[in-house]
Design a protein around this ligand. Structure first.
Ligand code: DLZ
Length: 152
């Protein structure tokens, strides 16, 4: 198994470092890292990780800014990431941390690390068929607290 990590220099937290650290804690998989300037460059980075580096699954790590044009960029990037998944028939776990989700820099750094690490664990679980099934409907969230199951 080979995991691709695509990340950006636009992000204000080194999300790639946290992803790699977490993946190594849980498995001995091979990891390829590909860093690009911003989120809109992530789809082709992931495509190259699949096509040229033979990755089986990718994480796309990015940090959209708080302005309207940043939100637009993030939406475009997400659309590209979905297209890449359909073209390659492989999963890309998108880990976007919007700058305005956090109240200050300290919370932003904490959120980016936490969300990245939790999604890295999701990647490991996705590679082991049936594992995520045990958590279906449990209201998992990455970063802030889990929502939990709704009462039935
Ligand atoms: C407006 C803008 N906002 C963001 C952002 O919020 N987050 C991010 O990672 N990148 C942004 N970029 C840069 C683009 O994603 C891309 O890197 C450039 O347009 C070069 O292709 C741009 C241009």
């Amino acid at each position: 198994m080979k995991i691709g990590i695509a990340d950006t220099t636009f992000a204000r937290v080194n999300m790639g470092r946290f992803a790699i650290d977490e993946l190594k804690k849980h498995s001995s998989v091979t990891i390829e890292r590909y860093t690009v300037p911003g989120v809109k460059d992530l789809p082709v980075a992931c495509k190259k990780l699949f096509d040229e580096y033979q990755c089986d699954i990718c994480m796309a790590l990015g940090m959209p800014g708080g302005k309207e044009k940043d939100r637009m960029c993030a939406h475009e990037a997400s659309t590209g990431l979905i297209a890449c998944q359909l073209m390659t028939n492989r999963h890309i776990i998108e880990v976007f941390v919007h700058e305005d989700e956090a109240a200050d820099d300290a919370e932003l750094a904490w959120l980016a690390e936490q969300r990245t690490r939790e999604h890295a664990v999701n990647v490991i679980k996705l590679m082991r068929p049936g594992t995520l099934e045990r958590e279906a409907g449990t209201g998992q969230r990455q970063g802030f607290s889990d929502a939990g199951s709704a009462r039935q």
